[in-house]
Design a protein around this ligand. Structure first.
Ligand code: GLP
Length: 243
């Protein structure tokens, strides 16, 4: 693991945007895995700014988002798709047919998950996967447990995760769907390169466990230790408990 500690969340956002911009410069048709959550938002804003300045061309890129709530459609105001439209897609020149999202409103959710895996494989696999981290150590919606599903799957969300996502649903955790679809831990670990962003003191403990703890399904992000090309972009607060 490469651990990059930066002064503040603004520097983390700039570094995240720079990692994606350089990936697109090296490989204009790169396949990007994208994450929602508050942490990458400023990085996405910086990517929009770079695009507006003519320094980032998304015209040949493809994207696959990590996860989506089940039981709501992509145009629901609380969906991760709406979130991505607002924070990234509406400000860059991605081709709509190259934007891939799990459809939480699909009639057969298991088939939807299988279809997503096939679509990632058909695109040639993910070149660069961006990740945030839940304060319980989850990545995507891979929640801590006795085991972790390998591939894209349905997941029952933990109460803490529903509270953590309440901002998308009028700050009411009861309105957050109880189920979601998520890339599996194997889907994530198959990405050629992974960049995880974490900021703030609330993430310090899960970051310590991710880096210094043993590999355990109780801290899904600890599985990243087995990957050969992972970078953690952290601000000082998130890095404050690392040994
Ligand atoms: C959600 C997403 C995760 C994200 C996490 C952390 O649960 N499914 O992919 O990493 O939130 O979000 P935040 O960055 O807002 O702390």
């Amino acid at each position: 693991m490469t651990i990059t500690v930066l002064d503040d969340s603004g520097a983390v956002a700039a570094a995240l945007a720079e990692r994606v911009a350089s990936a697109l410069r090296d490989k204009p048709d790169a396949v990007l895995g994208l994450a929602s959550g508050r942490t990458p938002v400023d990085g996405y804003a910086e990517m929009q700014r770079l695009h507006a300045a003519g320094q980032m061309d998304w015209s040949r890129a493809s994207t696959f988002n990590l996860d989506e709530f089940a039981g709501i459609s992509g145009d629901h105001p609380g969906s991760f798709r709406t979130f991505m439209e607002e924070h990234l897609f509406n400000g860059v020149n991605l081709r709509p047919e190259r934007v891939h999202f799990l459809n939480g409103a699909a009639g057969d959710l298991d088939a939807e998950c299988e279809h997503y895996e096939s679509a990632i494989a058909a695109a040639g696999g993910i070149d660069l996967q961006l990740l945030g981290i839940g304060s319980n150590g989850h990545i995507g919606f891979n929640e801590p447990g006795d085991d972790l599903p390998l591939r894209t799957h349905r997941v029952t969300l933990m109460e803490s995760t529903r509270r953590g996502n309440a901002a998308l649903f009028g700050n009411d955790p009861r309105k957050v769907p109880t189920e979601a679809l998520s890339m599996g831990i194997g889907t994530i670990l198959h990405a050629r390169r992974i960049v995880l962003v974490a900021t703030g003191e609330k993430k310090a403990e899960c970051i310590r466990q991710t880096i210094n703890g043993r590999i355990t399904t109780r801290v899904p992000a600890s599985l990243l230790q087995v990957h050969t090309d992972v970078e953690l972009l952290l601000d000082r607060e998130a890095a404050s408990k690392i040994r």
